[in-house]
Design a protein. Structure first.
Length: 270
């Protein structure tokens, strides 16, 4: 009996131990599966975060490369604008210098005409004596003025053909000034009364010689020199900027973006 009781108690203990072992194994297996599931979810989340970070880095690099390309393009555009501004400035300076030379020659011709014919208006016999000399001087002045005019026309044509970055107002303004200069009244219309009287006296003497049949040797008088129209000076950069601002104000603030106006002002300032 005792042996049977010992064997029964031993079997009961073994069965209880096996039951606890199975329960412990099952509990550990469930905990391990939960840990694996949490690890996989965290891994997926970290992979998504890593992909997002890589996408942000790629976008940042693309934005940086785009900004560098735009900066290089802006620098090239600024350099081109500086070169064009320098060329335009030189062209305007040459035109102003030619204009001053033309005015100087005109004043010199006016002075010579007054000196030659101012004191001897009534003495018609003194005119044929120096007619050859004055004819030669008039021809020289006419040829020189023609060369200067051709040079000015060439500079105007070069300025009109040159492209600009200011929206194209420079060529249009120069063309407008050229057309306005052609419509100006002759220079002698703004001279003094004695000088016009001298010109009228020269014309009367010439008509008198033609009526008598004895033409004067001075066929080419220096009158065409004084008939050259006065060219209007081109507007400076500051005047063009003020004109553009006034025009933009008339058109209305809503029709023009602030960025475009500021960019135009910066270009004009440069």
């Amino acid at each position: 009996m005792l042996i049977e009781e010992l064997e029964g108690s031993q079997k009961t203990m073994e069965h209880a131990n096996e039951q606890r072992f199975r329960e412990l194994e099952e509990r550990n297996r469930q905990r391990l599966s939960q840990m694996e599931e949490r690890y996989r979810s965290e891994k997926d989340f970290l992979m998504v975060q890593l992909q997002q970070c890589e996408e942000h880095v790629r976008e940042a690099r693309e934005a940086e490369s785009t900004a560098r390309a735009k900066a290089a393009q802006v620098e090239r555009e600024a350099a081109r604008l500086r070169r064009e501004t320098h060329d335009m400035t030189q062209t305007l300076q040459e035109m102003e210098q030619l204009n001053r030379e033309l005015r100087h020659e005109l004043q010199k011709s006016t002075f010579l005409a007054r000196k030659a014919f101012g004191q001897n208006l009534e003495n018609t016999n003194a005119l044929p004596r120096d007619a050859g000399m004055w004819k030669h001087k008039a021809e020289l002045l006419t040829a020189q003025n023609k060369r200067l005019k051709d040079r000015v026309d060439e500079l105007m044509a070069m300025t009109q053909k040159r492209p600009t970055t200011l929206g194209g107002p420079s060529s249009a303004i120069l063309e407008k000034h050229r057309l306005a200069a052609q419509k100006l009244t002759p220079y002698y219309a703004r001279t003094s009364v004695p000088f016009r009287n001298q010109l009228l006296a020269i014309r009367r003497r010439r008509r008198l010689h033609e009526e008598k049949g004895t033409l004067s040797e001075m066929d080419s008088e220096p009158e065409p020199i004084f008939l050259r129209p006065r060219r209007k000076r081109p507007l400076s950069i500051k005047q063009r900027r003020v004109k553009m601002e006034r025009r933009n104000q008339r058109m209305g603030a809503g029709a023009i973006l602030p960025s475009s106006s500021s960019e135009a002002e910066n270009r004009l300032a440069k």
